[in-house]
Design a protein around this ligand. Structure first.
Ligand SMILES: [Zn+2]
Length: 89
């Protein structure tokens, strides 16, 4: 997205985010910001704590955590640099 382009509100992201945030997330490819390793989310190391803490299988940094709290599910982003949805996967 070009910062010099027309400014829209966050509702403009509905289509793009909808593509990323539905379906089986374990086949999405994540990139660790600490070491640069990439791989499917299904390959991360998950540790049960106050929620599920996902760590990079290469360097051990926390990539993200998922906490279920009553009616809410909270995703906290750690060292996850990006997520890729590969439409051909
Ligand atoms: Zn890493």
């Amino acid at each position: 997205m070009d910062a010099s382009g027309e400014m829209l509100d966050g509702n403009a992201l509905a289509g793009a985010l909808g593509d990323v945030l539905v379906g089986d997330a374990t086949t999405m490819v994540g990139v660790c910001d600490a070491c640069g390793a990439s791989g499917q989310l299904g390959a991360v190391r998950v540790f049960a704590a106050a929620g599920a803490v996902a760590r990079c299988p290469t360097c051990g940094e926390v990539l993200f955590a998922v906490v279920e709290a009553g009616e809410r599910v909270v995703l906290g982003i750690g060292r996850l640099r990006r997520l890729e949805l590969r439409r051909d996967a």
